[in-house]
Design a protein around this ligand. Structure first.
Ligand code: ADP
Ligand code: MG
Length: 399
């Protein structure tokens, strides 16, 4: 709406469209005017795109860069005369490596990754890649949006410490803490009642149902206590206690907890260990469980009438991967860039904290999250952990 009203460029484009509709009637003088006008429009849009901080590239399916704005050129080290010939994957092999998490040739329509690149300089880029096809007969093209998140990654406290998140978490943590105290007191008093009931000089039959109720209350309190502990654990930036952990065991434990929900939702769930080597990582067991729980829970919630979740674990020379592929609703282009934001949710009763926690835990483990999604067909979340003992990649010497 706003574009229609306020943008002169928008108005002129539509007048160009009108002229284009009458292209056959144009004489050469008018054609020249039209071409000049188009060139001016292009110049204006290029100028606009060049003022944006995000890098914007358009590539074809081979990775050839068809267009790059100024920030994009700087981020990938592209020189002006290379547009139209340079191949993004050759220019920045680290981006290709990131996208090639799974060794799949066909890229999903919507992809989000954080990529560490070492050329043209050492930086962290948040990459969003979306397929754009003006007509279905056209060869596939992709728009790549790059955001420089180096400052975020480098600050030790990272995203979680950003002011907004931090204040909300401090508040949530204090509320949770405050709930803990009355819970504790209720527990003590219920224990007292239980003891007094046991000592009462009446037939056991008479107190049976009362004892039963007290027992249920105590169980529920301990459940609430667990929820609180988990919640506090999730939001307090805690240093992970890293020990060698086999991810297969973590997945089995989490699926055990989710078994009933998986059955109720009529979801088939499979797990394969795709490489001979055990998927062992240096990780904090409870944080890893929380991580997998959040990812598989989202996969379940993405499916309305049953479906499948395929979990695959594998290793390459440098990394250990845990990949969760669901056949759910998928994530659309507008949402994929928001899913790590605190409180972003598309669910009626969602909290929008799960993916933020996933990202936080992965970062604390030196790992990365990758998301590939096809709306209507499903989503694949790939968790990439550094392999214990693998040689760290060498950074080029700092200038
Ligand atoms: P919540 O699950 O409470 O909504 P999350 O942070 O876990 O919060 O997820 C944020 C949003 O990301 C979800 O509401 C959903 O829109 C999207 N999402 C995450 N994982 C998936 C998935 N596997 N399939 C489809 N959408 C997903
Ligand atoms: Mg969730």
């Amino acid at each position: 709406m706003a574009a229609k009203k306020s943008s002169g460029a928008g108005r002129r484009v539509s007048s160009i469209e009108r002229i284009l509709g009458r292209l056959d009637d144009l004489d050469s003088a008018n054609l020249t005017i039209l071409v000049q006008r188009l060139a001016r429009e292009r110049g204006l849009f290029e100028m606009l795109f060049d003022t944006i901080d995000e890098g914007i590239l358009v590539i074809d399916s081979t990775g050839t860069i068809e267009y790059a704005n100024r920030a994009g050129m700087r981020m990938v080290g592209l020189r002006g005369n290379e547009t139209g010939s340079a191949i993004l994957w050759k220019l920045v092999p680290d981006l290709a490596r990131t996208l090639d998490f799974f060794g799949e040739d066909n890229l999903a329509p919507n992809i989000a990754r954080d990529a560490e690149i070492f050329y043209p300089e050492h930086r962290w880029l948040r990459l969003q890649l979306s397929r754009i096809s003006l007509q279905s007969t056209e060869p596939a093209r992709f728009v790549v949006i790059l955001r420089d998140i180096t400052a975020d990654r480098e600050s030790t406290e990272e995203m979680i410490e950003s002011e907004r998140v931090n204040s909300i978490f401090t508040l949530a943590a204090s509320v949770a803490h405050e709930i803990g105290n009355p819970l504790n007191s209720m527990k003590i008093h219920l224990e007292l009642i239980r003891r007094k009931l046991a000592k009462l000089d009446v037939p056991a039959e008479n107190t049976k149902s009362l004892k039963n109720s007290v027992g249920i209350c105590l169980e529920e309190i301990s459940r609430l206590d667990d929820i609180l502990k988990n919640f506090l654990g999730a939001i307090r930036p805690q240093k992970p206690d890293l020990v060698k952990t086999n991810l297969v065991e973590i997945v089995i434990d989490v699926l055990g907890v989710q078994k009933v929900e998986l059955e109720n939702r009529n979801i088939r769930c499979s797990m394969i260990q795709a490489s001979k080597e055990l998927p062992v990582v240096l990780g904090d067991e409870s944080q890893l469980k929380q991580l997998v729980f959040n990812v598989t829970k989202n996969a379940m919630e993405a499916m309305q009438d049953g479906g499948s979740i395929a979990i695959e674990l594998y290793c390459d020379e440098e990394f250990v991967y845990l990949r969760v592929k669901d056949s759910g609703c998928g994530i659309n282009r507008d949402d994929i860039s928001k899913i790590y934001e605190p409180f972003f949710t598309t669910k009626n009763n969602g909290h929008g904290l799960g993916m933020m926690i996933v990202m936080r835990i992965m970062r604390e483990h030196g790992g990365q999250v990758g998301i590939d999604s096809t709306p209507g067909a499903g989503t694949t979340v790939t968790l990439q952990f550094p392999k214990p003992g693998a040689r760290a990649r060498m950074l080029p010497p700092t200038k």
